[in-house]
Design a protein around this ligand. Structure first.
Ligand code: S3P
Length: 433
């Protein structure tokens, strides 16, 4: 089992470019597979999660080539062109892959089974199965969890679905099922969630209309192959943004980051704490906005995180909790119960890690209260959660002794090359087998 050993360092400086966006990379493969013609993807995230999607797409009879680093060509088979896979589709650690494929596979003529790794086999799937059943899909879960069994040959009809949880994965799965349904499909969101599906479907020529709090998809005749340039993943940039806030020695820059406003809640949260952050060099990658993020050292103070920002920063809480540990005073996060059903229970696992490093905190059913203060060295268990592992690596910038981080192999699911990049910025990080 691999682990990190991270010694206290003098601080970080310079600039980094992070790998491609995970959410967008998954979608580029799936939508490319459904399109007519060849979709070209560049900046693709070659992390294990997206490679699981790539393998699954190939198992469905789609031609996929990787002509160079970050490049993928997908020979789309059209909306009705998937062929039956020869066995269960293994989604690895990737919740996004499993949930979006549930939507795609519900409307196929063949049966399919979706499985994943130990973490994914524990995650809730009924939140997706329920609305898909309401559309006519025939899906079974085991006590609400994978394996997910989808019976082929169902004919689907569009629905208007009011989501009980703010989830981009549920929204996306329902919209993808809607591609092959009779009539329009509308999803109503209780709060704004990431909108990559809507943006990219439009790029593939699908009529998707978003108005206040809801999105409607009209079933298309076909998807047109597209060229997708994947921006840097904001969720990977987040570790360096927090690192620069708590341990920057000079202005630090993360270049080429996707700054879709449905993803950048962390910037607002850090700004409320007093961080000095600027987005510069605005540009776009197709339908997605991109910028460089500049961070200057500034003292942080504790905050109460506004509820509206929670879904806009849902993957950034592990890193944010580390920023909170370095802030002056108390930080309170509530309304974040979704953190309990991510790759790990991120409230419990982060709280245990913070406690192991001497940071006072109180676990709440739906969040965490953190008292900023000194961080000691110690050993934390990431429980195989990539974002927890990277967050505690960043905490080393303020720690008084070395931090050992256990069970770090899953960093490769979202951020291949993290250790090397972090070292280039100034972290004293080593990986041990
Ligand atoms: C994702 C949506 C979010 C996020 C996940 C990726 C996506 O999950 O946590 O890492 O690509 O749609 P939920 O929609 O379940 O909140």
């Amino acid at each position: 089992m691999s682990r990190y050993l991270v010694a206290p360092a003098a601080g970080i400086a310079g600039e980094v470019t992070v790998p491609g966006d995970k959410s967008i990379s998954h979608r580029a493969l799936m939508f490319g597979a459904l399109a007519s013609g060849t979709t070209q993807v560049s900046g693709f995230l070659e992390g294990e999660d997206c490679l699981a999607t790539l393998k699954a797409v190939a198992s469905l009879g789609v031609g996929v080539r990787r002509p160079g680093p970050g490049r993928v060509e997908v020979d789309g088979v059209g909306l009705g062109g998937f062929s039956a896979p020869s066995g269960p589709l293994d989604m690895g650690n990737a919740g996004t892959a499993m949930r979006l494929f549930m939507g795609l596979l519900s409307a196929q003529p063949f049966d399919s089974v979706l499985v994943g790794d130990e973490s994914l086999m524990r995650r809730p799937m009924e939140r997706v199965a329920k609305p898909l059943r309401a559309m006519g899909a025939r899906i079974e879960t085991r006590d609400g969890r994978p394996p997910v069994r989808i019976a082929g040959g169902a004919s689907l009809h569009g629905i208007r679905y009011e989501m009980p949880v703010a989830s981009a994965q549920v929204k996306s799965a329902v919209l993808l099922a809607g591609l092959r349904s009779e009539g329009d499909t509308t999803v109503v969101e209780p709060a704004v969630t990431r909108d990559h599906t809507e943006r990219m479907l439009q790029t593939f020529g699908v009529e998707v209309t978003a108005r206040a709090g809801e999105v409607t998809l009209r079933p298309p005749q076909r998807l047109e192959a597209a060229q997708i340039i994947v921006p840097g993943d904001f969720s990977s940039a987040a570790f360096f943004i927090v690192a620069a806030c708590i341990g920057g020695r000079a202005p630090f820059v993360v270049r080429g980051v996707g700054v879709n406003p449905t993803r950048t809640g962390l910037l607002e949260m850090l700004a409320l704490m007093g961080a000095d952050l600027r987005l510069v060099n605005h540009r776009s990658c197709g339908a997605e906005p991109v910028a460089d993020v500049e961070v200057r050292p500034a003292p942080l103070r504790g905050v109460r995180v506004p509820a509206r920002l929670v879904p806009l920063a849902i993957d950034e809480f592990p890193a944010f909790f580390v920023a909170a540990a370095c802030a002056d005073g108390e930080t309170l996060v509530t309304g974040a119960e979704e953190l309990r059903v991510k790759e790990s229970d991120r409230i419990a696992v982060m709280a245990q890690g913070l406690t192991a490093l001497g940071v006072r905190n109180e676990v709440l059913p739906d969040g965490l209260r953190i008292e900023g203060g000194p961080i000691a060295g110690g050993t934390v268990d990431s429980r195989g959660d990539h974002r927890v592992a990277m967050s505690f690596a960043v905490a080393s910038l303020r720690a008084s002794g070395p931090i050992g981080i256990l069970d770090t192999a899953n960093v490769a699911t979202s951020f291949p090359g993290f250790v090397e990049l972090a070292r280039s910025a100034g972290l004293a990080i080593e990986e041990r087998a």
